[in-house]
Design a protein around this ligand. Structure first.
Ligand SMILES: [Zn+2]
Length: 309
């Protein structure tokens, strides 16, 4: 029996440790060779292996130096700012595209545009420009005012960056002489005239049809005094009303009239109404310079004070 046991044990150990195992490997290799030859999947694996190894290593190094140059001026616009991340994924083509586009964005040329705005009289005009002029013009149109924009006025210290030429006010009240006014002053005049129309109908029984103006934009000092402070007329922000025109009756000049007459009541009423639309209202009785007209302007004063005399 022991003779039989020995030969049985030896071949088993030889197969596990010796030439028997080599035979097993040969078999495995042969199976693998057969499998590679039999299945078409094998070529796909072969293609993947070379593709991943070939492109990645060479392009990575060149892309980094290129990305490091532009990031300061032009990179913030695109996500390409993280140069290391992008270089690993697609090194070749993006590296070239980034080189071309960072040069295209033109942040430096914009600054040179500022100096011209800041130089000369333009800077002064910009500070005076009312920020809501567009909305004001829209309101003027809704009021039915006929006007057109004029070029900026700049005569020494007399300036009007956005003057308007007004030829007719609300409800067809004519301005035969025309008026060069800021939009704010034009709007105040238009709104005031609607009140004057009501007073004309109520007190004089004749519709108001026009205003005779003595002047709107005039480059001069207050009260025509050369040494005085500049008048609001010098900024197209004032209007002098010399007379009121009506349908069916003679026009009514602005002047001191005996108390109690319809004309005196009308002039007093429209003058008082003007204080609700203009910040300065002067006329007969204020001083000699305003004995024959109503001076209306939009001068800004501290704390919103008005001069209504
Ligand atoms: Zn005036």
């Amino acid at each position: 029996m022991p003779g039989c046991r020995a030969p049985l044990h030896r071949p088993i150990t030889r197969l596990d440790r010796g030439p028997g195992r080599l035979r097993g490997r040969d078999r495995l290799f042969s199976y693998l060779a057969l499998a590679l030859a039999a299945f078409p999947v094998a070529p796909g694996w072969a293609a993947e292996a070379p593709a991943t190894t070939i492109p990645v290593p060479p392009p990575v190094p060149p892309a980094r130096p290129e990305a490091l140059k532009p990031p300061v001026p032009a990179e913030p616009e695109r996500p390409g700012a993280p140069a290391p991340g992008t270089s690993v994924r697609t090194p070749g083509p993006e590296g070239n595209a980034e080189d071309a586009k960072p040069e295209i964005p033109i942040p430096p040329p914009t600054p040179p545009g500022r100096p011209p705005e800041l130089s000369g009289q333009g800077a002064v005009a910009l500070t005076v420009t009312p920020p809501d002029d567009t909305a004001c013009r829209t309101r003027l149109r809704r009021l039915g005012v006929d006007f057109e924009a004029l070029p900026p006025i700049a005569e020494g210290q007399c300036t009007a960056p956005l003057p308007l030429k007004v030829t007719r006010l609300a409800d067809g009240v004519a301005l035969p002489q025309g008026a060069t006014l800021t939009c704010r002053a034009a709007e105040a005049l238009a709104r005031w005239v609607t009140e004057a129309q009501v007073e004309a109908d109520r007190m004089l029984k004749h519709p108001l049809t026009g205003l005779e103006l003595g002047g709107t934009f005039v480059c001069r000092g207050q009260n025509h005094d050369v040494d005085a402070k500049l008048s609001e007329h010098a900024f197209a922000n004032a209007v002098d009303v010399m007379a009121f025109a009506f349908a069916g009756r003679a026009s009514l000049p602005v002047k001191a009239l005996p108390e109690g007459s319809d004309e005196a009541q009308f002039l007093g009423a429209v003058r008082t109404k003007a204080c609700g639309f203009f910040r300065t209202v002067l006329g007969p009785g204020s001083n000699a310079a305003h004995a024959n007209h109503l001076h209306l302007d939009e001068r800004e004063r501290s704390a919103g004070h008005r001069l209504c005399e």
